[in-house]
Design a binder for this molecule. Structure first.
Ligand code: FAD
Length: 487
């Protein structure tokens, strides 16, 4: 029996059911493919490619150390590569892990299914997130998920031998949307394990309290998201490690519970996306169709993208994200809320743009969150973040702003949150001219917040929206994240 073991968003050997299944017997060709079309998508970027390459280098080394074989890495047209490998190595079975990614990748899989069918190849897929694939049943979702996540991790017995292909990839030929990668997280399982250990042992003590600010969140959040996205570590490993550790204070235990809930949300949102993949492109509640489509303001978009809106905290968050490939939840929500409400930009465009900079880009979470923060679900409270309040709450001394928006660094902390209020004399004394050295606010926050609320509220209270909201609720009651109970 000849098999392909196809790594995709599960770049690990441990606690990986497709690896466990494949290595039981037969001859195994372990592969990874950089799909050239996928890398051309507007959501792909060198942030992701860099992270994947680093992960693959570690995985390749693990293959060498553990199994004295190589991981075969390819770049090109996935269909052609799979076709030719199946032909060359007389493949009978393919082992891989389910993914729930962009529409294009789902369509690619449909084509691979046809190749398999035509060649009598059995494609076995394994579930790493406890997603209900068939017989969707909202009532049992959280119970099922709790048993899935707590299931004992079995060690994998190797009985198979490995096949090596003579092809050698040149990573420098891989083409994607090029962004100079700066201070982004490094891919690879060793980094994921280090982060999990430091988070469990100490960093999580004040997680619940410190996660909201970009200053404290950088350390207090687990920072595991890209490792979960690319599968360097399994959710089960993370969940079981934090569950089986002991904590000194009630505060620490509460923090860990709050973290565990988020791991469940991760899967809840992926389930949503699996059930309704159209949310990548269409409003979750179609009563909101036509809301923003015809009023896209390019100048606002450019200012938001480049961190030049004139709101220092918004700009600092955007610049930080573009450097780090990560920002905490609340600041992501604020960036999107500002784009969708105050600037009235269509989430379909802004979501694709930010996907490039989120190293952890995970469509299931991403589009659900974008729609929630843009008011197009019909089932969530309309939450418009006030950028000045967020600035005062999360960066009271202006230290984050000063670091990321150095143009305003001469302004005293008490005045830095609203530089447009500086008098002429103050501007002179702090050696800054607002409107020249740093942008004037591109919109009036109070006015645009009110306009946005009025527009959204009008639809939210319409009978059409109410009827369609019931459908949205019915479809997605796997467990509302807030009601979800983690055992
Ligand atoms: C507009 C918007 C877009 C987002 N896009 C993504 C995305 O593409 N990929 C992504 O992983 N997260 C996304 N998030 C959720 C969240 O911001 C990140 O998961 C979190 O900031 C990652 O950092 P962390 O690993 O330190 O998180 P922690 O706080 O340590 O949480 C641990 C894990 O729980 C999961 N998680 C945390 N918060 C959420 C949440 N609100 N919903 C679902 N799962 C959650 C993630 O897997 C995360 O890694 C988005 C949030 C918003 C508001």
């Amino acid at each position: 029996m000849n098999k392909i073991l196809w790594f995709r968003y599960d770049l690990r050997l441990e606690n990986n059911d497709s690896v466990g299944g494949a290595i039981k017997e037969g001859n195994v060709l372990p592969i990874f493919i950089f799909d050239e079309d996928f890398l051309k998508l507007e959501t792909s970027s060198s942030f992701h490619v860099q992270f994947i390459i680093q992960s693959l280098l570690e995985l390749r080394e693990e293959f060498k150390q553990k199994y004295n074989t190589k991981l075969n890495i390819y770049y090109g047209d996935t269909k052609e590569i799979i076709n030719s490998l199946c032909d060359k190595f007389k493949i009978d079975e393919i082992y891989s892990t389910y993914h729930f990614k962009n529409k294009n990748l789902q369509q690619l899989d449909d084509k691979i299914e046809i190749i398999c069918k035509n060649n009598n190849i059995n494609w076995k897929k394994f579930n790493q997130f406890g997603i209900q694939l068939n017989n969707r049943d909202g009532k049992t979702w959280s119970k099922n998920w709790n048993s899935f996540i707590a299931k004992k991790i079995e060690s994998q017995q190797i009985e198979a031998s490995f096949i090596e292909d003579d092809y050698e990839i040149d990573f420098s030929t891989i083409k994607t949307n090029e962004i100079n990668y700066k201070d982004i997280q490094k891919g690879g399982r060793s980094h994921a394990l280090d982060l999990l250990s430091s988070f469990t042992n100490s960093r999580s003590t004040n997680y619940q309290k410190d996660m909201s600010s970009p200053i404290t969140g950088e350390k207090a959040c687990s920072r595991l998201s890209p490792y979960i996205t690319f599968g360097n570590i399994s959710l089960k490993e993370i969940f079981q490690k934090v569950s089986n550790s002991s904590y000194q204070s009630t505060q620490h235990s509460r923090s860990i519970n709050s973290f565990k809930k988020r791991l469940a949300w991760h899967c809840h949102f992926i389930q949503k996306f699996y059930d309704q993949p159209e949310i990548e492109y269409t409003n979750m509640n179609r009563a909101y169709d036509g809301l923003r489509e015809n009023s896209f303001n390019e100048n606002y978009y450019e200012a938001w993208k480049n961190g030049n809106t004139g709101y220092p905290f918004v700009d600092a968050c955007m610049r930080y994200l573009k450097n780090k490939g990560w920002i905490n939840f609340r600041m992501r929500a604020m960036l999107v809320s500002f784009a969708s409400y105050q600037l009235w930009l269509d989430w379909r465009i802004t979501s694709k743009h930010l996907a490039k900079f989120f190293t952890d880009y995970e469509p299931g979470i991403h589009y659900s969150q974008f729609q929630m923060q843009s008011g197009t679900t019909g089932i969530n409270t309309i939450r418009v973040y006030n950028p000045v309040k967020q600035s005062l709450d999360q960066d009271p001394h202006g230290e984050f702003i000063k670091k990321w928006v150095p143009e305003v660094s001469n302004i005293p902390s008490s005045l830095i949150h609203e530089p447009w209020n500086l008098t002429f004399m103050e501007q002179k004394s702090y050696n800054i001219e607002i409107g020249k050295d740093y942008a004037l606010p591109i919109i009036d926050n109070k006015l645009e917040t009110k306009n946005a609320r009025d527009k959204i509220w009008k639809i939210k209270t319409s009978s059409q929206s109410k009827i369609l909201s019931r459908d949205v609720l019915k479809k997605h009651t796997s467990s509302s994240p807030n009601k979800f109970k983690v055992a």
